[in-house]
Design a protein around this ligand. Structure first.
Ligand code: HPA
Length: 268
């Protein structure tokens, strides 16, 4: 008989009850080095977890503590552009919720649509635009699938994050994140359109997991590390290597801010 992901986790980290689930995007991997008593489990050992895909994105679940909290950190997510499916993180989030998580902290790398949000900045998501209009809930039954997406990004968690980031000397802007399906970067015309639609940043992740989290009644905090200006807004040529190198440059500070935020969040 194959062991369920929950049993596999209980066997490797007995008695551990995480309250905060974290999804690490490009640039944010340094967080795992700031955990206390970390236990690492490869996604490959967890039934229903995604197969690691894009270079630069890991595929491990880390369990341990950050400051006041026991946390479960998903290092690596499945993106829609890898297979076309957008529900790749359903099982991992369901498992972490069943283990005790009440909050999902998401991170990503994103392009900026706003001059006042230059590369290296951090932005808390205040809302999102689901541009592909794809949902990880398609095919599910029940009334719960009709998820209310007002305040999907928890205002109280965000307000705490702004204060905690400021304690670290970092100003955390709030903005709207547009999900672009990828994997190609946007055209300059798409970037102008997104800015006109009210988006402040653009990226290829996060939105499906936020929808899943709200379906699972998890409160969501999401942070973008701005790695570049959107296509056509600067002379820069966009590439995955550029995203990763920019993310690595700013990621050390971002991860330290993230650890401070997570470690000090008040949950009720
Ligand atoms: N567009 C989409 N996704 C991204 C970008 C971008 O400019 N930068 C980092 N991820």
């Amino acid at each position: 008989m194959t062991q369920s992901a929950r049993d596999a986790i209980a066997a490797r980290a007995p008695g551990l009850v995480p309250r905060i689930a974290v999804v690490l995007g490009s640039g944010w991997g340094g967080l795992t080095a700031l955990m206390q008593d970390p236990v690492r489990i490869a996604y490959a050992d967890l039934q229903g977890f995604p197969k690691p895909g894009v270079a630069g994105h890991g595929g491990d679940l880390w369990l341990g503590r950050i400051g006041a909290h026991t946390v479960a950190v998903l290092s690596g997510r499945q993106h829609g552009y890898e297979t076309g499916a957008v529900d790749g993180m359903h099982v991992p989030l369901q498992v972490l919720q069943a283990l005790g998580c009440q909050v999902l902290v998401q991170t990503n790398a994103a392009g900026s649509l706003r001059r006042s949000l230059p590369p290296g900045s951090l932005m808390a998501l205040g809302d999102h635009i689901n541009l592909p209009q794809r949902s990880p809930l398609v095919g599910l039954g029940g009334a719960e699938r009709f998820v209310d997406m007002v305040n999907a990004y928890d205002p109280a968690l965000r307000a705490q994050a702004v204060v905690l980031a400021a304690e670290q000397g970092v100003s955390l802007a709030t903005g709207v994140y547009a999900w672009a399906f990828g994997p190609q970067f946007e055209t300059p015309a798409e970037i102008r359109m997104l800015a006109q639609l009210g988006a402040d940043a653009v990226g290829m992740s996060t939105v499906p997991e936020t929808i899943l989290a709200r379906y699972l009644a998890l409160r969501v905090l999401a942070l973008s590390l701005i790695t570049n200006m959107g296509a056509g807004l600067s002379g820069e040529r966009l590439s995955h290597a550029h995203t990763l190198s920019q993310a690595a440059a700013a990621g050390v500070q971002a991860s330290a801010v993230l650890a401070h935020v997570i470690g000090n969040l008040k949950l009720d």
